[in-house]
Design a protein around this ligand. Structure first.
Ligand SMILES: [Mg+2]
Length: 140
């Protein structure tokens, strides 16, 4: 397999690679949007399992060996592979979808409102309302 990297590999190339894998096995008949969405969630749960019971040390303890980091890499890949398949069967262009979503996120989370604060935008806007400010002025 040719060398892949984020800097050199396009999303289209990854989608084609995943689609070829699916086509070679005639698994397309199983890849309904619903089952792919379920698969994304199942693989995301496997990703979370890496951190389960990691206690106060959290990610540092969960990822403290090369084997655990490889496990993380594999579960992330599983999630992304199913996302690529879901995009393929639904005709969604991932780059456009991310671009549109990031514009929405910019509107929901204006940097001047949320900088250095992890709270959800609805809480922060609520705090602005209580202070007599117009919470909707920079969004939607
Ligand atoms: Mg997995």
């Amino acid at each position: 397999m040719k060398e892949l990297s984020d800097g050199k590999t396009s999303l289209s190339q990854l989608k084609e690679m995943v689609q070829k894998f699916v086509d070679d096995r005639e698994w397309g008949k199983y890849h309904s949007p619903k089952d792919l969405a379920l698969s994304i969630s199942i693989e995301a749960a496997e990703l979370l399992e890496i951190f389960q019971w990691s206690g106060e040390m959290g990610a540092k303890k969960a990822l403290d060996t090369p084997e655990k980091l490889i496990h993380l890499e594999e579960e992330m890949a599983d999630v992304i592979v199913y996302c690529l398949s879901l995009a393929s069967v639904t005709g969604i262009d991932i780059s456009q979808a991310i671009g549109k979503k990031m514009i929405k996120n910019e509107q929901k989370y204006p940097a001047e409102l949320v900088r250095g604060n992890y709270r959800k935008y609805t809480e922060l806007r609520g705090a602005k309302i209580n202070q007599g400010e117009n919470p909707g002025s920079s969004a939607e």
